[in-house]
Each structure stands twice: as structure tokens, then as C-alpha cells.
Design a protein. Structure first.
Length: 359
């Protein structure tokens, strides 16, 4: 039994990279593997015979070169976003009354957008720049245009249904769910109820046959739960009694608790993802350190890894900063609107008082 890193997997065998820089075929020992995973294995062929010493050293040299190249490719794949050539990883249907289906790749960028009813087809003209949008930006565009066109009046909710198209990637699934939870938490602040569900490829196919979205089919089959809270702020009435005031206070308390829970969960998922990335990075570094590569090659690889890591951290910080700025801008706009409304109410009351004095 030997120890090594998984470099490739097929139906017949696994290709392992040993600490000596050798590539060895290994027997299958479990159902699934992750590229870069370190594990012990049983080699299929431990030795390869050579016809001459010269041939032996040529193969050895070739192996070191190939090992260095493959390790570099592995490192790049860990820290550089992978382009899936517009391959859909997950479908996300957004139902308000306009119904859209968004196709997302493994980077959670939009690669397809389909209008599923007449209302959605009308709104499509207002969303010409959907290609390569992010998960949160395409959702914001659809909800905002629906709101502007009167589709979110009278307490209507937003239903988001996700279907992973093929094989699951735990990391991508977590990022997808985290993104949706952040969207839900953001729109709770605007008193818009967002409900999210996950469904199956079979359900999506059935919905396609019926000419509707996955979410609409789930609604038709009564599989959509009632929203946790539809906390619409009721206009204050002068004759509201004490019981109504207590009920409003209790509702506000539940809403605040719900917001805090969603925010805390989103932060926990983000911390888990960050910790896992750091563990993978440390494992790869440790494997390189324990390999028989020349020291100057190790140093060069470490330097490249650190550069990629710093660049990724910088981009993450920039995204968080843009999100915070956007949040602050919305709060400022909301405060400005409240101030204008208060001013208008004050002018209206002064007019009424003046009229009463004249009488």
C-alpha cells in the first residue's frame, strides 16, 4: 500500500501522484474521489521495466517534468475560476407572475435566460445585458423590473426554485444556497417575501412538458410551503387599540429574529467555505513540500500559489465592499423617502389645522 494524491479517475483505475513524483495506477476502493485528495492506495503496477539505463533515466526525467506540469495545473484549477464553456450546472426558476428560468454555470454566472410566459417575455426587453450576470444581479433585475411593472403589488411573493442539472459539487451547492439566503435576507428588509425550494431534474422535465416553470408546477401540486413571514408594514391608524399595537410589536420581534437567524447562517456558511479552501491550500502545499522536487521549483510553486491566493482574497474583499456600499445606498434612499413622506404629512396636517382655525 502507498500514499499519494488523486490526479485522474476513470472507470478502470485511478491515477495517483506519489511523493516521489511517480504516476501510478491504483485500484478503485470507493465510489467517488476528489481531484487533489490525499489517500492510501493499492498500486496495479508498482514497477515498469526498462530495456536500458538510458531509457530509465529518460523516463524518470520525463516523469518529473510531467509531474511538475500536472501539479501546476492542479494548483491553477484550485485558485482560478473554471470556465465551463456555458455548460449549465443548475437551473433557477423565478416566479412572481412573470416566470423566468435562469441557467447558471459552476461559477454561478448566468449562461441562459428563458421567459416562460407572456409577462416574462415583455420584461425580457428590459434585461438585455443578462449574459454573464451574477446570481444576485440577475435576481435583482428580474424582481426590480417586476416591481416597476406592478407585478409585486398586493403582497405577492417571489418563489425561487433551484434544480442541479447533473452531478453535484458540494462547494458549488453551498455557494448557491448561500447566495439565495442572502437574497432572501436582503428583500426581507424591503418587506418582499421570498420563498426558496430545491427540486429534481425529473420535476423540471415534467414542468417543461406542461409548458410551465418548476416552481409553478410545485404550486399546482401544493408542494410550496406557506412563507415563513409576510411582514407587510400596516399603515398606522389613529384608532388602533392596544391589542393591535402589541400584535405589531410581536410580529416585528419575529421578523427581527428571522433576519438575524438568516444572517448568522449565511456568515457560518461563508466561514465554512473559507476554512475548507484554506485546508485544501495547506494540503497542496504540504504535498509539494514533501515531494522530491528540486527546491527552486518548490519555491516557485509556493510563490505562484501565494499570488493566486492573495488575488482571490482581494477580489472577495472587493465584492464584499461593493455589496456593503450597495446596502448603504439602499438604506440612504429609504431614509430619504421616509423624510419626504414625513414632510408631506406635516404640510398636510398644517393645512387642515389652518382650515379648522378659519372655521
Amino acid at each position: 500500500m502507498k500514499k499519494g494524491i488523486v490526479m485522474d479517475v476513470n472507470d478502470e483505475y485511478i491515477t495517483m501522484l506519489t511523493p516521489d513524483g511517480e504516476f501510478v495506477k491504483a485500484k478503485h476502493m470507493k465510489e467517488s474521489y476528489e481531484i487533489g485528495e490525499e489517500m492510501t492506495f493499492f498500486p496495479i503496477n508498482e514497477r515498469v521495466s526498462h530495456t536500458s539505463n538510458r531509457r530509465f533515466f529518460q523516463v524518470k526525467k520525463w516523469r518529473y517534468a510531467l509531474a511538475s506540469s500536472l501539479v501546476a495545473i492542479l494548483l491553477l484549477s484550485l485558485f482560478i475560476p473554471f470556465s465551463s464553456n456555458d455548460e449549465v450546472y443548475a437551473y433557477m426558476s423565478i416566479d412572481i407572475n412573470p416566470s423566468f428560468e435562469v441557467g447558471l454555470d459552476e461559477n454561478l454566472q448566468v449562461v441562459s435566460l428563458e421567459a416562460l410566459n407572456d409577462e416574462a417575455k415583455e420584461l425580457m426587453e428590459s434585461i438585455p445585458d443578462w449574459k454573464n450576470s451574477t446570481l444576485d444581479s440577475i435576481t435583482e433585475k428580474i424582481i426590480q423590473h417586476s416591481k416597476d411593472n406592478g407585478y409585486l403589488n398586493d403582497g405577492k411573493q417571489v418563489l425561487i426554485t433551484t434544480v442541479v442539472a447533473d452531478t453535484h459539487n458540494q462547494k458549488v451547492d453551498q455557494e448557491l444556497q448561500q447566495g439565495i439566503e442572502e437574497i432572501k435576507a436582503e428583500y426581507e428588509k424591503e418587506q418582499i417575501a421570498v420563498t426558496s425550494l430545491t427540486s429534481t431534474v425529473e420535476t423540471r422535465n415534467a414542468a417543461k412538458e406542461k409548458g410551465m416553470s418548476t416552481g409553478k408546477l410545485l404550486i399546482k401540486e401544493n408542494k410550496v410551503p406557506k412563507p415563513v413571514e409576510e411582514m407587510k408594514t400596516k399603515p398606522a391608524e389613529t384608532d388602533k387599540n392596544t391589542n393591535n399595537q402589541q400584535e405589531d410589536a410581536q410580529q416585528q420581534k419575529h421578523l427581527n429574529e428571522f433576519k438575524n437567524t438568516q444572517k448568522q447562517r449565511a456568515e457560518e456558511v461563508q466561514d465554512e467555505l473559507k476554512e475548507k479552501k484554506e485546508q485544501i491550500r495547506d494540503k497542496v502545499k504540504n504535498n509539494i513540500e514533501n515531494s522530491n522536487m528540486p527546491e527552486h521549483i518548490k519555491e516557485k510553486k509556493f510563490e505562484k500559489m501565494d499570488q493566486k491566493w492573495e488575488e482571490k482574497q482581494r477580489k472577495q474583499e472587493e465584492r464584499e465592499q461593493r455589496k456593503e456600499e450597495k446596502k448603504q445606498e439602499k438604506e440612504n434612499n429609504k431614509r430619504g423617502n421616509n423624510g419626504n413622506n414625513n414632510g408631506n404629512n406635516g404640510n398636510h396636517n398644517n393645512g387642515n389645522n389652518h382650515k379648522g382655525n378659519d372655521d
